[in-house]
Design a binder for this molecule. Structure first.
Ligand SMILES: C[S@@+](CC[C@H](N)C(=O)[O-])C[C@H]1O[C@@H](n2cnc3c(N)ncnc32)[C@H](O)[C@@H]1O
Length: 251
């Protein structure tokens, strides 16, 4: 438990308790909650009522690269729907072995590039290997942490997370950092399996409803607004948020 200076000055109740899970909490209460009774496919840690899924290990890469994925998830249609432009700076956060990074990279040529961010070195090696095999030279691999994607402030036109957001161990901190990395007007895209559709054959903690995603991303401090949901994929929704211009400082 610790006290913020603002908390001490403004109100004795504004302390920040970071003893639970070793994480910082909001003044309204713990940001994350650990529950013993939970889905075995989740980590038992809850954020805004949602259980966080296990991170897919690098041994899952063949599943990401399976031949049937295009038919099941229509990745080429996903990338087409993003309407990327030459020169765009794209961050593929949780890029895995780079299946989607590679597809996006050619759309932003000649002078745009894709930053492939992942927390696993093995995934980043696979990503580089895949890019090399396909002759793609405009992907920059970056090792992120569980709390931050290591992107420069106001540098990104489009940040995309494909089947990733639901497994962020620290979704609040990640969105804080992603928000900082966006250019004003930049787009943040979540591609998540539709929770609303019981026929989508994916475990429950790997699905997200639109309502839940909007609640989590549209928190005022992130300064992001839902713009549209592109519903062209068989299993996932494509949720697009835009980074609003920062309010002008009055000082
Ligand atoms: C299910 S895979 C999806 C990979 C890729 N987006 C795709 O669809 O082919 C999820 C990836 O997200 C990565 N990941 C999980 N948490 C992350 C974080 N906080 N920052 C960056 N990557 C993360 C995992 O290491 C894993 O490679």
């Amino acid at each position: 438990m610790r006290f913020t200076i603002a908390g001490l000055l403004l109100c004795p109740l504004l302390w920040v308790d970071d003893s639970a899970n070793g994480q910082e909490n909001s003044v309204a209460g713990p940001r994350y909650e650990q529950r013993a009774d939970h889905d075995p496919n989740g980590i038992g840690k809850f954020y805004m009522g949602r259980e966080i899924a296990h991170v897919m290990g690098y041994l899952g890469a063949p599943w990401l690269e399976r031949d049937t994925r295009e038919k099941e998830e229509r990745l080429t249609l996903l990338v087409k729907s993003l309407k990327l432009k030459p020169g765009d700076i794209v961050a593929d956060i949780g890029a895995g072995s780079g299946v989607i990074s590679v597809l996006m990279a050619e759309q932003v040529l000649p002078d745009g590039y894709v930053i492939g961010v992942d927390v696993q070195d093995e995934m980043l090696l696979l990503l580089q290997d895949n890019a090399r095999k396909k002759g793609v030279t405009n992907i920059v691999p970056i090792k992120g942490s569980q709390k931050a994607p290591s992107l420069a402030p106001r540098s990104v036109d489009l940040a995309i997370m494909v089947d990733v957001y639901h497994e962020f161990e620290f979704p609040y901190e990640m969105m804080q950092e992603i928000s900082r990395a966006m250019k004003p007007g930049g787009r943040v895209v979540l591609v998540e399996y539709r929770m609303e559709d019981p026929t989508v054959p994916i475990k429950l903690v790997h699905k997200m409803s639109q309502k839940q995603a909007k609640t989590e991303v549209e928190q005022p401090e992130f300064n992001m607004k839902w713009a549209e949901t592109i519903d062209v994929l068989p299993r996932q929704h494509i949720l697009v948020f835009t980074k609003q211009a920062e309010p002008k400082s009055t000082q």
